[in-house]
Design a protein around this ligand. Structure first.
Ligand code: FMN
Length: 165
């Protein structure tokens, strides 16, 4: 059966803390994962010279196959990872050269997961996620910060939010 939810893993290491948390979330939500380290996605380019890299094919697949998109990032310098920021910047392609694709994001679920062992995040951390979801017309499912691999119950609550949409 087709899965409803995809997690976009955006850490600088594929088997690090964020990946472990994502694996735990997969135990409570039936979902697929894409690791952005497996894709060549370059910085936003106003001239779209990079339109043949991996961003657009990946987005086309995600938009056609999934209803909910969860962005999973470690905390790097008080904010999302650079990998995820580049990915968000490239969403601008969906407002310019691929507008039809961008419109298809409307109504989809948008969630955010941050990870930092032994640290917390302020409410401001979530601001770009909430504003991005709003701008794209997506439904903000919510966000979760994980600072330990021992609090699976927190992930269960977050997973319930996704599955009861
Ligand atoms: C470049 C970099 C910046 C970081 N910045 C912060 C930070 O601002 N606040 C914090 O609490 N931890 C910070 N950390 C620690 C990571 O958030 C933490 O180790 C996290 O669990 C790593 O997840 P990962 O294995 O998926 O990269 C930083 C780590 C790196 C590598």
């Amino acid at each position: 059966m087709k899965k409803e939810t995809i997690i976009i893993l955006a850490s600088s290491r594929s088997n690090g803390d964020t990946s472990k948390v994502v694996n735990q979330l997969q135990q409570v939500v039936d979902c697929d994962v894409v690791d952005l380290n497996d894709y060549e996605i370059s910085y936003y380019d106003y001239g779209h010279a990079n339109k043949d890299d991996d961003f657009l094919p990946l987005m086309k697949r995600i938009i056609s196959d999934y209803q909910n998109i969860i962005f999973a990032t470690p905390v790097y310098w008080y904010t999302m990872s650079g990998i995820l920021k580049v990915f968000f910047d490239r969403i601008s392609d969906l407002l310019t050269i691929e507008k039809d694709l961008g419109r298809q994001l409307r109504g989809k679920g948008f969630g955010a997961l941050s990870c930092c062992m032994n640290g917390s995040v302020d409410e401001e951390f979530w601001h770009p996620f909430k504003k991005t979801a709003g701008y794209l017309g997506m439904n903000y499912i919510g966000n979760i910060h994980v600072d330990s691999l021992e609090n699976i119950d927190v992930l269960k609550d977050f997973g319930n939010k996704i599955t009861t949409l």
